[in-house]
Design a protein around this ligand. Structure first.
Ligand code: CMP
Length: 135
């Protein structure tokens, strides 16, 4: 069974969408393996989003992810990485399909409610950074 990492970002937590996001994952049948509320320092954000350093939106992304607590979780299920990416929708909430989390609740980048790992390797890296342990 595959695992992935997903996180309700600070904009989603501030909007009161933690329960709704978890509801959707549970309704789909995914199993919660780990769950934690924590805040990112600027250094945490720089590590987590290192691949975006130098991009035009980098600072706004760091500001967003350090604005308050985030809720991260490890989910397990068949093809969990791709499945969760499908449930959350396109990165840009303006393009995300209705019925997806970003399509239903997101309005404008960089705020897009949730993050999810895009590959098994990023799952391992991101879960380790968020939880401080291996999954
Ligand atoms: P996330 O899935 O967490 O991964 C990187 C984040 O950067 C993304 O969600 C958005 O919050 C943000 N992002 C990606 N592309 C853009 C963009 N073109 N403009 C602003 N923010 C972006």
């Amino acid at each position: 069974m595959e695992r992935t990492f997903t996180m309700v970002k600070p904009d989603g937590v501030a909007r009161g969408l933690v329960g709704e996001v978890i509801r959707r994952y549970e309704d789909k049948g995914l199993k919660i393996i780990a769950l934690r509320l924590r805040s990112f320092t600027t250094e945490d954000a720089a590590q987590f989003y290192a691949e975006h350093l130098g991009k035009g939106f980098y600072q706004s992304l760091v500001d967003l992810v350090t604005a308050g607590p985030a809720v991260g979780m490890v989910l397990e299920g068949p093809n969990a990485v791709k499945l969760v990416r499908t449930l959350i929708g396109s990165t840009n909430p303006q393009e995300a399909a209705p019925g997806t989390i970003r399509g239903d609740y997101g309005l404008e980048l960089p705020a897009n409610i949730v993050h999810a790992s895009d590959a098994p390797a990023s799952f391992a890296r991101e879960a380790k950074l968020f939880f401080g342990e291996d999954f």
